[in-house]
Write a protein that binds this ligand. Structure first.
Ligand SMILES: NC(=O)c1ccc[n+]([C@@H]2O[C@H](COP(=O)([O-])OP(=O)(O)OC[C@H]3O[C@@H](n4cnc5c(N)ncnc54)[C@H](O)[C@@H]3O)[C@@H](O)[C@H]2O)c1
Length: 327
């Protein structure tokens, strides 16, 4: 499926094709709850090229990756980026890691469990000197072990991409009024505190300044049916971005959030009525062009680069302009 790509990603002709819904929720590793944003590598995931909603092939159609990666050429040369939150090839983190490698960065790709090892390793193979690491952001011990390994492998880190969220599925189906204490805690811990916990471990390696990037959604500011506790988590995440930005500014470390429009990923699959949200973007956003994780990835490359050196504490909307509309 990825055979059409070259390592530098600039000359490759690829085509994005929409078809089907390849994701599946899987069970929570620590208990019975399905995990927000995890996908089992079943026959319907990226293991099955025919089922993928993002297929890549040589020749024909619009050369989206080539155009976008070309624009980012060399922007991250000499930089090292930690990219957290790859579950499969449809993850926003996957697109970000690909774009950062194409822009010249070395990667430290992180993933939750062995089901994603293959994807993490294929990303690490895109850029010489890159590595992959497995850990659960809910475990301080695993985070500490990751930090130790990272220190051994890379003398300096320039970018941290946090692309992680989870809420128990029932919290995204029931009325918001029915939010449980446990569901609220889990959503906040995995989707928000994990940014702070990760920054604590990675910032000591950002000895030459740096850029921290997280992923948020418009549901932080506006009520979207069934986004529920995740909207509250995203509001907390955006506040966290501002506090971290203030704290880390003296060290020339910038902290920003990308508010992405709806993209079909495993995490999105957990939201009841997600297709309606996606259709609204297509109908109402000012830009009528294709919208995908690639658009988000290019903004992440910009935020990781020196081109964004005076931007911190911001939420940048990458949603074809949907957020400006009154209706
Ligand atoms: N897809 C969208 O429409 C959309 C829109 C705006 C923002 N976002 C945000 O983008 C980010 C990435 O989501 P995605 O859409 O790429 O889905 P995804 O399911 O591919 O990514 C979510 C990631 O979170 C990871 N994760 C969950 N619990 C974890 C834990 N305990 N430890 C380590 N990792 C854990 C999963 O393994 C997965 O890699 C999330 O913050 C999501 O809220 C997504």
């Amino acid at each position: 499926m990825h055979s059409a790509r070259t390592r530098d990603g600039y000359r490759t002709r690829v085509v994005l094709v929409q078809a089907g819904e390849p994701w599946r929720m899987q069970s929570h590793s620590g208990g019975k709850l399905p995990r927000w944003g995890k996908v089992a590598h079943s026959a319907k995931t990226g293991d099955s090229p025919g089922s993928g909603e993002v297929a890549r092939s040589a020749g024909g159609g619009r050369d989206i990756v080539s155009e976008q990666n070309g624009a980012a050429s060399g922007l991250l040369a000499g930089k090292t980026a930690v990219v957290m939150g790859v579950a499969n090839r449809w993850s926003i983190a996957y697109a970000i890691a690909e774009a950062m490698a194409a822009a010249g960065a070395k990667l430290a790709v992180t993933y939750l469990d062995d089901r994603t090892k293959r994807e993490a390793d294929e990303l690490a193979a895109l850029s010489p000197g890159s590595k992959s690491y497995k850990f659960d952001v809910e475990s301080d011990e695993q985070l500490d072990a990751f930090a130790e390994d990272l220190k051994q492998d890379f003398p300096k880190v320039d970018t941290l991409v946090h692309s992680i969220a989870f809420a128990p599925p029932d919290e995204l189906k029931n009325r918001f009024l029915e939010t449980t204490r446990e569901g609220f805690k889990i959503a906040q811990s995995i989707s928000v505190y994990s940014l702070i916990a990760s920054a604590q471990r990675v910032v000591p390696l950002m000895t030459d300044g740096g850029s921290i990037i997280t992923m948020t959604y418009l549901g932080a500011e506006r009520a979207f049916p069934r986004y529920n506790v995740m909207g509250v988590a995203k509001a907390a995440l955006e506040a966290t971005v501002r506090y971290l930005a203030y704290d880390l500014g003296e060290q020339q470390i910038r902290v920003n959030a990308i508010s992405a429009g709806p993209i079909k990923t495993a995490a999105a699959r957990g939201i009841s009525g997600f297709s309606d949200i996606q259709n609204l973007l297509v109908e109402r956003a000012p830009l009528k062009t294709t919208f995908s994780a690639k658009n988000v990835a290019q903004t992440a490359v910009f935020l990781a680069s020196d081109a964004s050196s005076a931007i911190t504490g911001e939420t940048l909307y990458v949603d074809n302009g949907y957020n400006i509309m009154g209706m």
